[in-house]
Design a protein around this ligand. Structure first.
Ligand SMILES: Nc1ncnc2c1ncn2[C@@H]1O[C@H](COP(=O)(O)OP(=O)(O)O)[C@@H](O)[C@H]1O
Ligand SMILES: Cc1ncc(COP(=O)(O)OP(=O)(O)O)c(N)n1
Length: 285
């Protein structure tokens, strides 16, 4: 563990003009590179940010599902967080798989101390494969983090957990739950309709005052959707320092994720539900 006397002075807080936003992911791992920290770093790079990462959980998973989750001792998490913030001025943070109640508490204390300008929380609870990534105590602790975040990006199942209701089955019911969460937690919510059936893929930005801005795209016909939530929330953390508001960041990120989904089949990674192509806009296959 680092002691106060060992610490070098942190960089000045302001993100110097002409430099890349310094963006930190606090999340679990995916050794196949489709979700978690590995996806976050690709997403940061695709949006021109300087990416950093603190590991919450070492996850044995692939395109078929999660096999095992290993949680390092909580002081290992705190040590990583402090090593970054004692040195680097963090412009934006993306929080993914929080993994335990103790981790959520430490992440909350760290956010209070460091006060990053923008914090995006992807309240990862259940993988698309159906595997529960958090125990019930950790799910409650994620709710306690909400007052410290600027934007929360739940999928339909996660939104239902956060408002304590059943998972919505229609887009209008999703919007009602998002309005309720935004009001109750006083946070901006990006509700995602990726798991709806139908020709569209609607998302909606909802403010605590109840203003709803829908951002939709056509549904891409692919089963390679592993890591879409991780990649979208990281794109938002990377884009926000360069955008005027969340709406413009969401519009840009939504166009990007649609392109990444359209290019996903050509990646041919794994024999299950494969990853999206984070680099579709940069490097042709
Ligand atoms: N088949 C698809 N076509 C177009 N957009 C999609 C598709 N699946 C997911 N998305 C988009 O990907 C983003 C992540 O959403 P979602 O898959 O619901 O999150 P999560 O990965 O957290 O479950 C959202 O913008 C959603 O609308
Ligand atoms: C380590 C880790 N974090 C998050 C997820 C879930 O990622 P998500 O983007 O919601 O994509 P799916 O797995 O649901 O397709 C994960 N699998 N691993």
């Amino acid at each position: 563990m680092t002691h106060a006397s060992d610490r070098s002075p942190q960089q000045t807080r302001e993100h110097p003009p002409g430099s890349r936003p310094r963006v930190l992911s606090i999340a679990g791992t995916d050794p196949t590179g489709g979700a978690g920290i590995q996806a976050d770093l690709k997403s940061f790079a695709a949006h021109g940010a300087y990416g950093m990462a603190v590991v919450t959980a070492v996850v044995a998973q692939n395109t078929h599902g999660v096999r095992a989750v290993h949680l390092p001792p909580v002081d290992v998490l705190v040590g990583q967080l402090e090593a970054v913030s004692d040195d680097v001025a963090v412009d934006a943070v993306k929080i993914g798989m929080v993994a335990s109640e103790g981790y959520a508490q430490e992440i909350g204390l760290w956010l209070d101390r460091v006060q990053p300008r923008w914090v995006v929380l992807d309240p990862v609870m259940v993988a698309t494969s159906g595997h529960h990534l958090l125990d019930p105590g950790a799910e409650r602790a994620v709710v306690d983090l909400l007052p410290r975040v600027d934007l929360v990006t739940p999928n339909m199942a996660e939104l239902a957990v956060l408002v304590g209701q059943e998972t919505a089955t229609t887009w209008s019911a999703v919007l009602e739950q998002a309005v309720e969460l935004a009001r109750r937690a006083s946070v901006v919510v990006l509700a995602k309709g990726g798991h709806l059936l139908g020709p569209g893929s609607p998302d909606a930005l909802v403010t605590p005052e109840g203003v709803v801005t829908e951002v939709s795209a056509p549904r891409v016909q692919t089963s390679n959707v592993h890591g879409t939530g991780c990649s979208l929330s990281s794109a938002l953390a990377a884009l926000r320092p360069r955008c005027d508001d969340w709406e413009s960041a969401v519009r840009e990120a939504k166009t990007w994720i649609s392109g990444a989904l359209e290019a996903a089949d050509a990646l041919a990674v794994g024999s299950g539900n494969g990853p999206i192509d984070h680099l579709h806009a940069q490097v042709p296959v």
